[in-house]
Each structure stands twice: as C-alpha cells, then as structure tokens.
Design a binder for this molecule. Structure first.
Ligand code: HEC
Length: 134
C-alpha cells in the first residue's frame, strides 16, 4: 500500500475546490439570464405580501403614498418619487427595503416575516432586467 503523498493530496483538494466553485457559479449565472415576468413572478408575491398596507386604506399607502395594486402604482412610487430604478436593483429603494438593507424599522413587509431568498432574488433580477411590465 502506498500512502498518498501530502503534496498530491493537496493538489487534488485544489482541483475539487475549483470544481465545487464552478458548480456554484454556473447555475447562478444561467439563472440570472432567465427572464423574470412581472405578471407571473413578481405580482403574485406582491398580492400576497403587500396589499394589506399598500391599498388606499392601508397604513403604508397613507404614510408613503405607495399603491401596490398594479404595475403602474409600483412604478409611480411614493409621494417622494420612484422606488424602482430600472436596471439597478442595488440602488432601487424597493430592493433596499425588502432585502432589509435599510433600517429594520422600514424593512418590508413592515414588522412581518421577510420575503424568502428566492423571492428576493426574483425582485433583484426583475429590476436588473429593466423592471418591465411583462
Ligand atoms: C404591515 C404593513 C405593511 C406591509 C405588509 C407592507 N408595507 Fe411597505 N410600508 C408600510 C409603511 C407603514 C410604510 C411607510 C414607512 C415610513 O415612511 O415610515 C411603507 C413604505 C413602503 C415603501 C416606501 C418607503 C419609502 O418611503 O421609500 C416601499 C417601497 C414599500 N413599503 C414596499 C413594500 C412592499 C414591496 C411590500 C410587500 C412585500 C410592503 N411594503 C408591505 C407598511 C407595510
């Protein structure tokens, strides 16, 4: 029996590590290009998680003016201006708030369970793909 030499064992580990990394990156980049639909992917999430506060009678609407009953309402934004910057999820307030990148106090949905990481990923990709009414 030959013992595996430490050197070849470590290069095998490097190769395995590299393959593992490829496995992590490859599906993520393939997925990022997959088109996200407002009607099929985004709006159903909004309809479940947001209207109780973002209809005209709701607290979120009263405080911010954001009406989440339609694409037009979302794109119009708050009384202070748009919350979606098409093509830029990093600076879009919508993404900042649902991802909890602002203060916990204004994480959306406010004081409720955060959206799942899958949902957050869909919102991010939808905005980065141009926030279209598709
Ligand atoms: C339990 C109530 C509630 C729910 C549910 C809720 N919001 Fe809000 N939302 C608020 C309130 C209240 C404000 C105003 C916050 C403030 O200005 O203090 C607000 C403000 C906002 C703003 C604007 C913040 C700004 O001024 O820039 C965005 C964007 C927003 N909500 C997105 C969402 C989204 C998307 C959902 C669903 C995923 C959601 N909210 C669900 C209560 C809620």
């Amino acid at each position: 029996m030959h013992a595996v030499k430490p050197k070849s064992r470590s290069s095998a580990l490097i190769v395995m590590g590299f393959l593992w990394m490829l496995g992590q990156i490859w599906p993520a980049t393939a997925l990022a290009k997959e088109p996200v639909s407002f009607k099929e992917d985004i709006f159903p999430i909004i309809q479940i998680r947001c209207p109780e506060c973002h209809l005209p009678a709701g607290e979120g609407y009263k405080k911010s003016g954001l009406d989440l009953r339609s694409y037009e309402g979302l794109m119009k934004g708050t009384k202070f201006g748009p919350v979606v910057v098409p093509g830029d999820a990093f600076t879009s307030n919508l993404n900042v708030l649902i991802e909890g990148r602002a203060s916990k106090e204004i994480q959306m949905p406010q004081h409720m369970k955060k959206l799942t990481s899958c949902d957050l990923d869909l919102f991010r990709r939808w905005v980065n793909q141009g926030a279209k009414n598709n």
